[in-house]
Design a protein around this ligand. Structure first.
Ligand SMILES: Cc1ncc(COP(=O)(O)O)c(C=O)c1O
Length: 448
């Protein structure tokens, strides 16, 4: 008889699906558990409770480095909106990326860790007076002007004598992205000033007329979850044509172009997710080619990946609370989180793969609808998830590719409390952000 090995032999999850939706460090043990960065996910569930978000530090760092390698002459700015915590600020600083922020609090958080202010870009289609004041006080490297209203508002606050470096955000008429709500750079979208109507050119004229503002470049954001390099190539062509138009009309050659983020990650096995190198090569080639065509010097490029850096590094863990079959024959599995910690399925129709962890099941799988606990018809985390037929209350489910736009978009719905974020690295786990509980709600509820 063959001896059963005492120590489980891990099987690499990436071998099961290409491209994988799991962090590269993920391994599958014969007992059904999955370990990320050497930490069994069931240990995380037991120690920190569920729902919980696990973030593989090594994966975040490797992805940040991959972007820098892909575009060695460009500035790579991590979009904080995907997920930010003090540890993430440190990782991003150590990997040499810049930071793209959208609020005064994100700015303060970065400053509290000593993140170099000149590597920070402030965005936002409607920046508050506090956002602008904080950016100017901390001395951020770039403020992206996104509407005509911001020009005088910002200029009047710059203390001087140095001018604030700014970029002008344009809508080049080249929208892309995985869902209508994720499309940015097209006409009729509320982001950036239109090149087609002349609004972008008018804004340039007004910025150039402000001595306290120094216009250094053009910014655009085409959309999110863009699954191929081609939309960027089209975006580059339009932005370079706009640079040529600015030179022609104002005699100014702007030295920078920021193409924003939007680079896709795989949520389901087999989803297209080009590597940073694949995007980078096409973008850089297009930039050089288009500049040659318009006889312009090649501007310094910035890209702002958010999802692509943290998305695949995150795994959400939920505990099953209820299982039932509907009259229509549909199997529902209800978990202890939902739209409160992950609004993406409700907002964008986002899809996920879901895995039972913590025990091996020999039961056949069936298409299952995983729903949240919020008594909302739209609180569906995953439809058609292939889960074993014997899934039962108490089981733990893991949802990979959960690192971006989950915790940062989580709400206080039903006062269930936003989940903790746990970093894993070198076979150890550590709490980055603790679970929100009654004391937090009580502390904010200051009136009677
Ligand atoms: C200006 C800007 N830059 C970067 C990003 C990051 O996008 P992604 O996470 O899809 O890379 C966003 C997302 O909305 C954005 O608005």
């Amino acid at each position: 008889m063959t001896a059963v090995p005492a120590v489980p032999v891990p099987v690499s999850i990436p071998a099961l699906a290409t491209p994988s939706v799991w962090p590269a460090s993920a391994v599958l043990a014969p007992d059904g558990d999955v370990a990320v960065a050497g930490v069994p996910l069931m240990d995380v569930a037991e120690r920190y409770g569920t729902p919980a978000y696990v973030l593989d530090e090594g994966e975040v760092r490797a992805r940040a480095r991959a972007w820098r390698r892909a575009l060695p002459d460009a500035d790579v700015v991590y979009a904080a909106k995907a997920f930010l915590s003090r540890a993430v600020v440190d990782w991003i600083a150590e990997e040499g990326l810049g930071l793209g922020v959208c609020s005064a609090v994100e700015l303060e958080l970065a400053a509290s860790r000593g993140f170099p202010a000149d590597r920070i870009v402030l965005h936002g289609d409607a920046k508050s007076p506090q956002d602008l004041a904080t950016a100017l006080r901390l001395g951020v490297g770039r403020v992206v002007i996104e509407s005509p209203c911001e020009i005088a508002r910002l200029a009047s606050r710059v203390p001087g004598p140095e001018a604030q470096q700014v970029m002008v955000r344009v809508s080049p008429g080249a929208a892309a992205g995985g869902h209508r709500a994720l499309r940015g750079g097209g006409e009729g979208r509320p982001f950036g000033m239109s090149v087609a109507t002349g609004d972008a050119e008018d804004a340039v004229a007004r910025i150039l007329g402000q001595p306290r503002l120094q216009l250094v470049g053009v910014h655009t954001f085409l959309g999110s979850q863009i699954t191929a390099p081609e939309p960027y190539v089209r975006g580059v062509r339009r932005v370079v044509a706009f640079l040529a138009r600015i030179r022609e009309r104002f005699g100014v050659t702007l030295p920078e172009v920021d193409l924003g983020g939007g680079f896709a990650v795989a949520y389901l096995p087999g989803d297209p997710a080009p590597t940073p190198a694949a995007y980078g090569r096409r973008i850089q080639d297009a930039l050089v080619r288009c500049c040659a065509e318009f006889d312009l010097p090649v501007p310094r490029l910035t890209v702002e990946p958010g999802r692509s850096v943290v998305g695949p590094a995150g795994v959400a863990l939920y505990r099953v609370l209820a299982v039932w079959r509907s009259a229509g024959g549909c199997t529902f599995v209800a978990v202890d989180g939902g739209v409160g910690d992950n609004p993406r399925p409700a907002l964008y129709g986002a899809r996920y793969s879901v895995r039972l962890i913590g025990r091996a099941s020999a039961a056949p799988t069936r298409a299952t609808t995983v729903v949240g606990r919020h008594c909302e018809a739209g609180d569906v985390l995953a439809e058609g998830a292939e889960l074993p037929e014997d899934v039962r209350p108490g089981d733990v489910l893991a949802v990979p590719a959960s690192g971006a736009y989950h915790v940062s978009m989580a709400s206080g719905y039903d006062m269930t409390g936003r989940p903790p974020v746990v970093a894993v690295s070198g076979a150890r786990s550590r709490l980055l952000v603790r679970r929100e509980g009654f004391d937090d709600h009580r502390a904010r509820d200051v009136g009677l």
